[in-house]
Design a protein around this ligand. Structure first.
Ligand code: FES
Ligand code: FES
Length: 168
């Protein structure tokens, strides 16, 4: 069967089997930022954004995303212009082996989006350390690196809030 889906702003069409998971299709098509971990919805490293919401691509059928819009880490920033979350992760040293990093950043992005960060003219709601822990904590880090990712998300949130207000 054919799957039409927008990925990182680009319309794509893939040939898929009805039983293909979204994770399998994305990796087969070269989106290697989507990581393959437990395959049963436990570890969180396969997170992608589906119409802005963080979802686990290993427990979702590719056919379920027909006509929808996906964001993977490849679509968040560029090498030349990193997204504020990517910038903060690098600056703070929140990346160890990096296996969980794409999913942690996408989970954080979903949280910041929900709170209105990064949208010019919108009012961003305050965000607490606890909320950030809840947002990225579902993505298991085998290097046990949670403190710095949380710090990085808070730093990015502050920068995005300041930029939206025109303070930065
Ligand atoms: S690979 Fe999807 S939750 Fe672990
Ligand atoms: S940085 Fe290694 S798994 Fe998180």
């Amino acid at each position: 069967m054919k799957l039409d889906v927008t990925i990182n702003g680009e319309m794509r069409t893939f040939n898929i089997a009805p039983k293909d998971t979204l994770l399998a299709v994305l990796r087969r098509e070269g989106y290697f930022g989507v990581k393959h971990g437990c395959d049963d919805g436990t570890c969180g490293v396969c997170v992608v954004l589906l119409d802005g919401e963080a979802v686990l691509s290993c427990v979702m059928l590719a056919a379920q995303v027909a006509g929808k819009s996906l964001t993977t880490i490849e679509g968040l920033g560029t090498r030349e212009a990193l997204h504020p979350l990517q910038e903060a992760f690098v600056e703070i040293g929140a990346v160890q082996c990096g296996f969980c990093t794409p999913a942690q950043i996408l989970a954080a992005q979903a949280l910041l989006d929900e709170k209105g960060y990064g949208h010019t003219g919108s009012t961003s709601l305050p965000i607490s350390e606890g909320e950030v822990c809840g947002g990225v904590g579902g993505v298991l880090c085998r290097c046990t690196g949670y403190a710095k990712p949380v710090q990085a998300v808070l730093m990015a949130a502050e920068r995005m809030r300041a930029a939206a207000k025109g303070d930065a």
